[in-house]
Design a protein around this ligand. Structure first.
Ligand code: FAD
Length: 539
């Protein structure tokens, strides 16, 4: 039977677009369907974590992403106020994007990385992901097409797609289907797979939220404090946060609705909520509004069935504290991308398909628990009713809140352990060496080549990143003076010599096998055996 394509991806959010890039870069024929006319027009996620930036670097467009959003010299501070125009309570100063590019080259330890985080609205990143996916010859992006049904026929899948602006439905066939359809995933529901976990109510970051995307020329001039990237309002009347979108007058404001607030507040009501955070009225133009729910920590029972895979928000729903929803969705796409490509291109074994859920479900559960702890930390800490008083008690309440929020911001926004420390221990694709990984801590990352985690990073003498020399699929690192060769297989494998004691010490072995997603699959003091290589590709 002739199939229309190799992989059908439903959903052109960050997860689906990243997957189309991973597949297309490996020559896999891919059709991506999205019901909308274009990528998101609402800013949505605010933070691209360092690990996600490293993946964008691997695909060759990290610099393009880093140029999006705020101007290069705009500070990315996170600041807390009673109201933006009154008392500043706490501030975590972070570098501008221009400074980050230089800074990373001198960092070691927890921040030994090819890229630092980038504070940028998701809508800008999606445009870059789309531009690159659409330029790949084997990728076809089809907007304004809604998938309404899908069937696993055992040896292929079919998907019914309807043009959202009218016209006849078409049926497309492929070897695999990936539903990256977001929170309301039709495919997940059709497969009878439930999302499990709590929806938690809190003073903040637990309950109904409303987002207001606006423009204002006046905003910066009215605030008697240094510019920040994120502005949090901490007062008993209403809690909220606001992120600068373009650094030139565009902002995205998110406030929590109280139980008595209208189900669907009017624009005038939301403006008043913004003025409460600001501490005064000001001129603004509304660009867009959206409702969303904070307090969720939901994980799907399964990440797919047969030839149908689920990824991104379709299988995990976060409260945005820690900024992990979109970043976890990107890592799903990275994991699934090379595996589906290996299956389509013939060098992957039958174990690869099942390994997706085995690896990504625990990783998602881990990230969910970190984001939930951050939401508890900031959301259960309620403002003292006297915090705005011009009295000694008011000053003491502000000092107390400031000390707490200074601690909290450093815990939530400096997370090398979360971003680099994610591991796939227990995966059948790995060959463990009997060593144990370091403790999994949010704010501390200890580079380790213990199989199952991210390959330790190094800056090379010529100023390039070690990662820039990895192959696009598997890489065998030969450290210091190692010269052995692996057995011949059909696995695309780049041999990379890394002389010097420093690299040998960092990796703790003469050889290390690095997967396409830059995870260490194996390390040892002789070249990997055929069975190590076969295990790594699910044979
Ligand atoms: C206020 C807010 C702040 C956030 N902040 C952060 C943050 O700082 N960091 C972070 O990591 N995450 C954050 N997130 C979460 C982040 O936005 C999501 O996790 C992310 O968008 C998930 O990407 P996705 O591709 O899985 O799904 P989505 O972005 O939801 O994309 C799904 C796509 O599928 C399409 N689709 C759905 N059904 C069909 C169908 N049947 N046929 C065709 N197309 C279909 C949709 O139109 C959509 O384009 C935030 C979320 C919110 C609401």
């Amino acid at each position: 039977m002739t199939l229309d394509t190799d992989v059908i991806v439903i959903g052109g959010g960050p997860c689906g677009l990243m997957l189309a890039n991973e597949l297309g870069r490996r020559g896999v024929r891919t059709i991506l369907l999205d019901q909308d006319a274009a990528t998101a027009t609402n800013p949505q996620a605010n933070a691209t974590q360092a690990r996600t930036m490293e993946h964008y670097r691997r695909l060759g467009f990290a610099d393009e992403v880093r140029a999006q959003g705020l101007p290069g010299d705009y500070p990315t501070d996170i600041a807390y106020f009673t109201r933006y125009t009154t008392h500043e309570l706490a501030r975590f100063e972070l570098p501008s994007s221009k400074a980050a590019t230089e800074l990373v080259k001198g960092l070691g330890g927890s921040w030994s990385a090819a890229e630092l985080p980038h504070r940028v609205s998701q809508m800008f990143v999606e445009r870059v992901l789309l531009r690159h996916a659409a330029a790949l010859p084997t990728v076809s992006i089809r907007h304004l097409m809604r998938a309404t049904d899908s069937t696993d026929h055992g040896d292929h899948v079919s998907v019914v797609a309807e043009p959202t602006q009218g016209g006849p439905a078409t049926t497309l066939t492929a070897r695999y289907l990936v539903a990256a359809e977001g929170a309301r995933s039709r495919t997940r529901q059709a497969l009878g797979i439930r999302l499990e976990g709590p929806g938690i109510e809190r003073n903040f970051m637990g309950g109904r939220m409303h987002a207001l995307f606006f423009r204002s020329r006046e905003f910066y001039d009215l605030i008697p404090h240094p510019k920040a990237w994120m502005y949090w309002a901490f007062n008993p009347q209403r809690r909220s946060f606001l992120a600068a979108v373009d650094g030139d007058g565009e902002f995205n404001f998110h406030c929590q609705l109280w139980p008595g607030d209208p189900e669907d507040p009017t624009e005038a009501q939301v403006r008043q909520m913004l003025f409460q955070a600001m501490g005064r009225e000001f001129e603004l133009e509304v660009v867009g509004r959206a409702s969303w729910m904070a307090g969720l920590a939901l994980l799907a029972e399964r990440f797919g069935q047969g030839r149908q895979f689920l990824a991104g928000d379709a299988v995990h729903l976060f409260t945005p504290t820690g900024g992990l929803g979109y970043n976890t969705a990107i890592e799903d796409a990275v994991n699934l991308g090379w595996k589906l490509a290996a299956l389509v291109n013939g060098w992957g074994g039958p174990g690869l398909a099942a390994s997706y859920e085995i690896e990504r479900r625990p990783a998602s559960a881990r990230n969910l628990s970190f984001s939930r702890a951050f939401a508890d930390s900031v959301g259960l800490f309620a403002p003292d009713p006297r915090i705005e008083d011009d009295t000694a008690e008011g000053a003491a309440a502000r000092a107390h809140a400031g000390a707490y929020l200074n601690r909290h911001s450093r815990a939530e926004f400096n997370i090398p352990g979360i971003t680099f420390g994610m591991r796939y221990d227990g995966s059948p694709l790995l060959s463990p060496d009997g060593t144990l990984p370091p403790a999994d801590e949010a704010n501390r990352y200890e580079p380790t080549a213990c199989p199952g985690g991210r390959a330790p990073h190094l800056w090379l003498a010529d100023g390039s990143s070690l990662y820039d020399h990895f192959g696009f699929d598997f890489t065998l690192l030969r450290l210091n003076t190692a010269t052995g060769t692996p057995p011949a297989t059909d696995i695309p494998l780049t041999l990379l010599d890394l002389p010097g004691e420093e690299a040998r010490t960092l990796y703790g072995a003469d050889y290390a096998l690095i997967r396409p997603d830059q995870i260490v699959a194996w390390r040892g003091d002789a070249p990997p055996s055929a069975s190590v290589l076969e295990r790594a590709v699910g044979k």
